[in-house]
Design a protein around this ligand. Sequence first.
Ligand code: NAP
Length: 534
Amino acid sequence: MATTVNNRVGSDAKVLQSYLGGKWQAGTEQGAALVNPTTGETVASASSKGLDLKAALAYSRNVGGPALRKLSYGQRAELLGKVADVLAARRDEWFEIGRKNSGNTKADASIDVDGSIGTLKFFAKIGSKLGDAHMLRDGGPMRLARDANFQGLHVGVPLEGVAVHINAFNFPAWGLWEKAAVSLLAGVPVLAKPATSTAWLAQEMVSAVIEAGVLPDGALSILCGSPSDLLDHLQLGDVVAFTGSADTGEGIRQHPRVREQNIRVNIEADSLNSVLLGPDVAPDSPEFGFFAREVMREMTAKAGQKCTAIRRILVPADKAQAAIEAIAGLLKTVVVGDPANAMTNMGPVVNMAQRKSVEEGIAKLRSQADVAYTAENFAPLDADIARGAFVSPTLLKARDSNHADVIHEVEVFGPVATVVPYRDKAEAFALARRGGGSLVASVFSGDAAFLAEAGTALGTTHGRVMLIDPAIGDSHTGHGIVLPSCMHGGPGRAGGGEELGGLHGLWFYHQRVAMQGSAATLTALSEKTVDPHE
Ligand code: NAP
């Protein structure tokens, strides 16, 4: 078995290989180019043409699955800790690839790389508490009939298939490991399919883990290049966890094989997240400062390419001007340019196609909003604007909040957000819901009763609601940061998925079975189980 990747280096770029069926394999053509978004130069290419994906899935199922399931949750948690150690040892290399292929500043790379290592360590830690069990249990035995000896028990049996993880371009590291951590802990082998445009980092990380030999054979595979016919070969027991745009997500849900076989699918799609400034917040209060700073951070971190980033800024109408001035004042201080320069706070978006998409998105927003801030004479530091995928942070203001459909419908995946004035709290909540189901909303207020009311009002259409009073204005982890202990996902447009949430995330990779039998039988069965929520 070849364990060391040999990314063929051509005249100017690597050709990424895929790790499938326990060996590194290259597609039969050069494939799609991966670029450095700062300079436009090609850094790698990837192709899946000619790869036997049916055989790859079968290998994961038949070799990786049994090897993983032989281990207990506790033993698999230990493996996650080893994976985290392998990755942590080469952190600087990952940062460098993040800069070259994603235009990441150090802070951006940290969200992706340190976020992935931290998530693996988190699951290593909480997974170790599951000890030597091999199945999950949900609650205890319950009496089902007049005969008290006839009982029922809900257990979770790890799936005997492959977890196909299809990821978006913006988190090549975190997207890979946040899914893989939960799946591997559950005992289900992973076949990861990173977005082609930034697959280099994901591929090198997988290569490091394979080379270290810490996982059983077949437990971790990676497909670089287009998904090809991957979904055509799914079968009972396989699952798909997808992160990306709503359109692609819908295509996966409607895929004939997925429908025919009722393949379990989790979708994390795009989202029009909002921040809501409470009606009580005065422009000279600390809450106002915390709010403005959070908006600036969300607009510029990873050049606004976070699924959780703030897109809509809901402010009381009489404070809209003050909000614009505060946010614009902060945006003016942001240095956009080559992330290799330590002065740079914000790098480019991922490539020229994405820059074009952001520019087109801004044009759409402008049909119903006015630009309130954009850099004058925009000139990125140490970079050529003609070659680099740079976009100025752009703040807009809706002309008519209630009739500005486009602001509530178009996700501009870049450093762009729109101020949406509201009259009263009922209107504010209604506007937040116009996103059609979002990943996250944040509320800034000094009024505890308002925060509680907002939490309930927004909870119906959001996966996460962050309620910030001045006491935690400086200490919260950030609107856009997904924590492994908290559920990630949102209803409606956001895909309707649920990921992470600590050990809750394990259930996606288990079949929940209602076991019925005598008390003695269920007691014997129960000994092999652990209730992750106890
Ligand atoms: P995308 O174009 O939808 O692609 C996502 C993934 O799907 C890529 O790996 C892509 O592969 C793959 N794919 C494309 N067509 C497919 C098909 N027919 N069958 C199976 N897989 C297919 O999204 P993106 O441009 O990479 O990412 C940006 C979007 O992701 C944004 O809208 C953002 O909001 C969303 N996002 C959501 C979350 C979340 O957690 N909710 C997190 C991050 C990003 P190729 O790259 O090879 O085409």
